[in-house]
Design a protein around this ligand. Structure first.
Ligand code: MLT
Length: 428
């Protein structure tokens, strides 16, 4: 018998169907709540509210489970590649070798961007944060590919937009960095793999025979896999609600890039390193800063600890921590900031204050450390998150469109003035 939820308002009973997900999670379907009861729900930050049904990513915050299309993040991070995971997220199944080869080659054929993009880039001063440049260049694709504005675009046309998005994101990202450091941009070297191509565009200097360290490229590929999707997080929800108005994939994802930029979301990995550098500059006394973090009268809080969804540990953090250790050892990186991070981690994992509050190191804590070890500049950390999250945004935008979901339009509880008569200023 189908489960139902009962709501009693002013003595009147209302029943609503309960929907059950593939993994047994329950949702009360309140699609008719307002019509039947005259009331709406109130859920600041939508922490208790499901916005959709999705077959893309499953996570269990209590058990620390994260799966893309049913495959565990542990398996994918250890055995797959970012492009294979991107294909899985977007099209729902792991590709055959021929499908992956075609996908990779289609992407290679679109890594160049129109030369006029440089005119847009030149308008950004070197003080521009790379995330703002990235969001702008990504959205500018609507100007170069106006056919993408067609809300009823063919599946072939949508595929082309998907390939262009994945192909050009690294180019836009590297160019945003070059704009910041005042160096000439590099064109994509399609003889390289996805991550190596990006790293060469980022770091190669004119007339330099730049070679990518495979340790760095492999570590970056793993990091991108770990960031590829995370169900209905802030930026993905932004992509979905913008996409629900039938806005183009480029403008929807540009909105997601801007949402990710915030320090409470993708910007957290940058905040972690800034926090570690602040502690190092202050003399590196981690006990002092741990005490500050515990002091309710002190505004300082540890960045990179705890998570809105994971209650015990972030499965991605466990994988990244191991990758960080490996990379630092292979690269022979001796970073005093890292030593501070390891001390903070040690305390957070054994101190009852942090354990009781579920403040354990999350994905942002370790990703900032490994990006730094890879030579990625701090204000490019969130850009790296965006490159990784792109296939997730694409898959969620595509799912919303294929499921013909309605435009997103939440309601509110009004707390403003009651009706009042307008009085002309001369008579007030
Ligand atoms: C993410 O991966 O998007 C972050 O962990 C934030 C979240 O899921 O809320």
């Amino acid at each position: 018998m189908a489960k139902t939820a009962e709501l009693i308002i002013d003595g009147k009973s209302y029943k609503f169907p309960i929907v059950e997900g593939t993994e047994g999670e329950l949702g009360i379907d309140i699609s008719n709540l307002l019509e039947e009861t005259g009331a709406v729900t109130l859920d600041f930050g939508y922490k208790n509210t499901g916005a959709t049904k999705s077959a893309i990513t499953f996570l269990d915050g209590d058990k620390g489970i994260l799966r893309y299309r049913g495959y565990s993040i542990e398996d994918l991070a250890a055995k797959s590649s970012f492009l294979e995971v991107s294909y899985l997220l977007i099209f729902g199944e792991l590709p055959t070798q021929d499908q992956l080869d075609k996908f990779s080659n289609d992407i290679k054929n679109h890594t160049m961007v129109h030369e006029d993009i440089k005119k847009i880039l030149d308008g950004f001063p070197s003080t521009s944060h790379p995330m703002g440049v990235l969001a702008s260049l990504f959205c500018a694709q609507t100007a170069f590919y106006p056919e993408s504005l067609d809300p009823n675009r063919s599946s072939e046309g949508v595929y082309l937009s998907i390939v262009r998005s994945l192909a050009k994101m690294p180019t836009f990202a590297a160019w945003a960095y070059k704009n910041e450091v005042g160096h000439p941009v590099n064109y994509p070297d399609n003889s390289l793999d996805y991550c190596s191509r990006f790293l060469k565009m980022m770091f190669a200097l004119p007339a330099e025979n730049y070679s990518v360290d495979p340790v760095v490229a492999n570590a970056l590929d793993k990091l991108l896999i770990l960031h590829a999707d995370h169900e209905q997080n802030c930026s993905t929800s932004t992509v979905r609600i913008v996409g629900s108005s039938k806005a183009s994939i480029y403008s929807s994802i540009s909105a997601g890039i801007n949402a990710l930029w915030g320090p409470l979301h993708g910007g957290a990995n940058q905040e972690v390193i800034l926090m570690l550098e602040q502690i190092k500059k202050d003399g590196g006394d981690t006990d002092k800063w741990i005490a500050k973090a515990k002091d309710k009268n002190d505004p300082f809080r540890l960045m990179g600890f705890g998570h809105r969804v994971y209650k015990n540990f972030d499965p991605r953090a466990k994988i990244i921590k191991k990758a960080a250790d490996d990379v630092l050892e292979k690269l022979g990186v001796n970073d005093p900031t890292l030593e501070i991070a390891m001390k903070l981690e040690e305390v957070a994992l054994r101190d009852p204050y942090f354990i009781e509050r579920k403040l354990y190191p999350n994905v942002d804590f370790y990703s900032g450390i490994i990006y730094r070890a890879l030579g990625i500049p701090v204000d490019m950390f969130t850009v790296m998150f965006a490159i990784g999250r792109l296939p997730g945004w694409i898959s969620q935008w595509k799912e919303l469109r294929e499921n013909k979901e309605p435009i997103g339009r939440p309601r509110q509880i009004y707390t403003g003035q009651n009706h009042r008569q307008y009085i002309a200023i001369a008579k007030r």
